[in-house]
Design a protein around this ligand. Structure first.
Ligand code: ADP
Length: 505
């Protein structure tokens, strides 16, 4: 026989293995410390990345500024070269015209003069942001302007007063000096612009190098953060997989355990049913077998008491009367016990039964007792249909009403009344109330057990089986019984039974 012995405890599957590869996801102070460290690592990385980004942005701006300066310097240099060429060309054509008097030299000379002015203006605008260069441009402008003035004076003298007048003017050497002065200004400005160009070049190279370092550093930090994220994600995934595996194992173990327990309980319940059936069968046969000898004892005792009474002394009479009384009571006990045992052996078919008819029969059967006790028995006319067994229902309500008639108060007219109501879950509840002696609440359970009585035979006769029959019979009909009672005020027994299904028309 299997028994419900203590099972070994479930494996401790949820505790964290000490060598698990995902300890960062674990709980406890270690886990919390790792979480804090990870967070701090991320925060630091982001701060570093932000700082590097700001630095890189700054270097990019410097680089751009230097590149702009470089382009500007190159344009200034181009402009200066252009001016130098234009002055030289004006000089050549001016001289050609003076020597040959050919008008063919005059046109390119004037073209050059016409170009020099806007070029000078453009140059001044280009250097407007640099005070030193701007001052040089103004000086250049003055020098070139003076040279152009001299050009024009010589031409005017040539054209109005002839070659000799122009020659005299040239001989003063003013024009040559002015040209040399203009070239010096151009050289000075070129030299300063070259300086600026080199400075911008250096600045650009330095900014470019710093920008490269910043991008490289950013890439390193980014790669580190990405690696950290990868490691954390892999560990989390591993931890989740492990937890899932543990859960599945635990579920499987639990399921197996539940199945084992269920099988065990079913087996125990079958055993109990078998034992109970054996016990009932035993008590049935014992009661049955006891009945015949008991009847014999009772019969012979009665014959003795009747036929030989005169020849007995008082003691003998008393003994014989006690034998008759005791054997009669025992006979009743055996009958009730047999009745109770028969309940378990009875094959019942639950079907719709009209309670009104059941109670009508009971009223007829108990009418002599009702009359004898002077009780008022109220039974409602509209009692419902229930799903049950006619005999079990008859036994149940006979016993309850019979008890109500028995456990009455001698000084108060007895009132027994039945009532009923529908309960929510497809059942009906029928109550049997009396105004009798009542029952103390501590006996509410006990009185439903076989042979349990609260009074002796002299006070109230009985066998202590009536309520056991009521409980067993209602249970067999998928119902239940309970009570409310106050000592001295009366008792109400409630019987709940399945309502009969409504007949569809
Ligand atoms: P019996 O009536 O044969 O003694 P029961 O099983 O019917 O056996 O009742 C058990 C005990 O419950 C009774 O002895 C009695 O003390 C108590 N009892 C039952 N019904 C009532 C009632 N209506 N009022 C007071 N006591 C009751």
């Amino acid at each position: 026989m299997t028994s419900l012995t203590a099972q070994p405890p479930l494996p401790d599957l949820l505790s964290k293995p000490s060598t698990a590869p995902y300890q960062t996801a674990g709980s406890g102070s270690h886990g919390r410390k790792m979480q804090r460290l990870t967070l701090a690592g991320f925060v630091c990385s982001f701060i570093v990345m932000a700082a590097i980004s700001v630095l890189a942005f700054h270097q990019a701006r410097i680089f751009k500024r230097a590149a702009n300066g470089l382009a500007q310097s190159q344009e200034i240099l181009r402009n200066l070269e252009q001016l130098r060429t234009e002055i030289a060309s004006a000089e050549t054509n001016h001289r050609g015209y003076l020597i040959t008097g050919e008008a063919a030299y005059l046109a390119p000379y004037e073209q050059m003069l016409a170009k020099i002015r806007p070029d000078l203006e453009h140059l001044t605008q280009l250097v407007a942001g640099d005070p030193q260069q701007f001052a040089q441009a103004i000086e250049l402008k003055l020098n070139i302007g003076a040279r152009i003035q001299t050009f024009k004076q010589v031409i005017a003298a040539y054209q109005t007063r002839g070659f000799k007048a122009a020659q005299d003017l040239v001989a003063q050497d003013i024009g040559r000096k002015q040209t040399a002065q203009a070239y010096r200004s151009l050289d000075d400005m070129s030299a300063l612009t070259q300086e600026r160009l080199q400075a911008n070049q250096q600045q650009q190279q330095a900014a470019e190098a710093r920008l490269r370092y910043s991008i490289a550093a950013l890439a390193v930090v980014l790669l580190t953060v990405l690696s950290l994220i990868y490691v954390l994600v892999s560990r989390s995934v591993a931890a989740a997989r492990h937890a899932e595996h543990l859960l599945n194992t635990l579920n499987a173990t639990l399921e197996t355990r539940v199945i084992e327990r269920t099988n065990l309980l079913e087996e125990r319940s079958r055993e109990l049913e078998e034992r109970s059936a054996q016990l009932e069968s035993f008590s049935y046969s014992v009661s049955h077998d006891l009945r015949a000898p008991l009847r014999a004892v009772n019969g012979f005792a009665q014959i003795l008491a009747r036929r030989h009474r005169d020849s007995m002394d008082d003691d003998a009479k008393h003994f014989v009367d006690n034998i008759v009384q005791a054997s009669t009571h025992m006979g009743r006990l055996i009958d009730d016990l047999l009745n109770y045992s028969r309940l378990g052996r009875k094959a019942i078919v639950l079907k719709p039964v009209a309670l009104a008819q059941v109670l009508d029969n009971i009223r007829n059967t108990l009418q002599p007792r009702v009359t004898e006790t002077g009780a008022t028995l109220q039974i409602p006319a509209d009692l419902p249909m229930v799903t049950g067994d006619w005999t079990l229902l008859t036994q149940t309500f006979t016993n309850l009403i019979d008890n109500a008639l028995t456990y009455r108060k001698s000084d108060v007219p007895l009132q027994v009344s039945l009532q009923w109501r529908n309960s929510d879950d497809g059942h009906v509840v029928i109550s049997v109330a009396d105004n009798g002696i009542g029952i103390a609440s501590e006996h509410f359970e006990k009185i439903f057990s076989v042979f349990q009585r609260l009074h002796n035979q002299d006070e109230y006769p009985g066998t202590g089986i009536g309520l056991s029959v009521v409980q067993k019979a209602t249970g067999m009909q998928d119902g239940k019984v309970w009570l409310e009672s106050t000592v001295g005020s009366g008792s109400t027994f409630y019987v709940q039974l399945p309502a009969a299904p409504a007949i569809s028309s």
